[in-house]
Design a protein around this ligand. Structure first.
Ligand SMILES: *Cc1c(COP(=O)(O)O)cnc(C)c1O
Ligand code: SF4
Length: 338
């Protein structure tokens, strides 16, 4: 017997938003899900107050059970080390708190960065945005019109980068509006999206999103943010396949993090796993010196040595560019090899 079921999805909350609402916010609950005794972690309430914990379940599922040193867990767990105040680590290492037009950063000649959403689906403990005052200061349509006017006065800009926070925290309808407007600026060649959401909640790659990006006249590039090979699982790889099939170019940027990906084995495995899902490594960043993240920091010489080791093992196209961001510079600063 066949039942006919009418599916009415029009006002249903998309599944990625449900995952977001169900994200784990309590460190004890996270440890319990992973069968880890609370005593094995130096949890800090103060660290959590200054920057809340936030980890959606699809990301938790990629963590190893029973391992407090799991490289994914270590990226999200608020611990006592964050409370140390160390010279040279500041609240705003990139000097981004000042601004002209709301949500717009025009530091490099040919491209602007647009802060579409200030929130993320995950809170990474090493993030330089952890002290930003603008929680939930999202770009609205009126502010976006000001951005469009700015772009018309700056024909040297040929690429718009949607960033945040995480720009894919925006709903598809809003993204559709943004892309439709940008499509009409003849000066633009490329649209770039800097996001960690597909890694954290793969369901965010909806068919609607793929379709709206495919329909754009602009060349669309995704720069994902993956730090460790374990972040690439089947759910993520299925989501990424949809982007690839929509003709989107896929790149990745990572942050070099002590205790997480600071061995040549980890970095080689990351590049190899990225390659399997059609993503090319782009940047490997030295940590931004932000207060609360000093325990992730690695000496530049150690980073250069790692680069030498992975360059000897990988094809050139799977070697990321070691770089750092220096406030006031006209581009990212590449770090020479030894
Ligand atoms: C990193 C960054 C960009 C992009 O730089 P690329 O080298 O093109 O990846 C653009 N604008 C700002 C403000 C940035 O921080
Ligand atoms: S997803 Fe990116 S911007 Fe958001 S907390 Fe993590 S590193 Fe920071």
């Amino acid at each position: 017997m066949t039942k006919i079921i009418t599916v009415n999805n029009t006002d249903a909350t998309p599944s990625w938003q449900k995952e977001l609402a169900n994200a784990v916010k309590n460190p004890l609950q996270l440890l319990q899900l992973l069968d880890i005794a609370p005593e094995s972690a130096d949890l800090s309430d103060q660290a959590r107050k200054s920057f809340p914990m936030l980890v959606p379940l699809p990301f938790v599922r990629k963590m190893k059970k029973g391992d407090i040193n799991d490289p994914l867990l270590q990226q999200v767990l608020p611990i006592e080390n964050e409370e140390r105040i160390v010279d040279g680590f500041s609240l705003d290492p990139l000097g981004e708190h000042q601004n002209g037009i709301q949500g717009l950063l025009h530091k490099y000649k040919s491209r602007v960065l647009l802060i579409l959403k200030t929130g993320c689906a995950i809170n990474c403990r090493y993030c330089f945005r952890r002290h930003f005052p603008y929680q939930d200061n999202n770009l609205n349509k009126q502010q976006f019109v000001e951005v469009l006017n700015y772009l018309k006065l700056h024909p040297e800009v040929n690429e718009v980068i949607l960033s945040g926070g995480d720009p894919l925290m925006s709903k598809d309808e809003f993204l559709q509006y943004i892309v439709t407007e940008l499509d009409q600026l003849p000066q633009l060649k490329r649209l770039r999206i800097h996001t960690r959401l597909p890694v954290v909640i793969p369901q965010r790659i909806t068919d609607e999103l793929c379709q709206l990006l495919k329909n754009s006249r602009l060349k669309v590039i995704f720069v994902l943010h993956i730090n460790h090979a374990n972040e690439i699982d089947d759910a993520f790889s299925d989501a990424v396949k949809k982007l690839y099939q929509a003709g989107i170019q896929l790149l990745n940027q990572s942050v070099l993090l002590k205790g997480i990906n600071d061995t040549s084995e980890a970095l080689v495995a990351l590049s190899e796993s990225l390659s399997e899902v059609n993503i090319l490594p782009y940047y490997l960043f030295l940590l931004d010196k932000v207060q609360g993240a000093q325990h992730f920091d690695l000496a530049t010489e150690k980073a250069q040595l790692l680069m030498k080791q992975i360059t000897a093992e990988l094809p050139g196209y799977l070697v990321p560019k070691l770089s750092r961001e220096i406030a006031g510079e006209k581009s990212k600063t590449l770090i020479n090899s030894l």
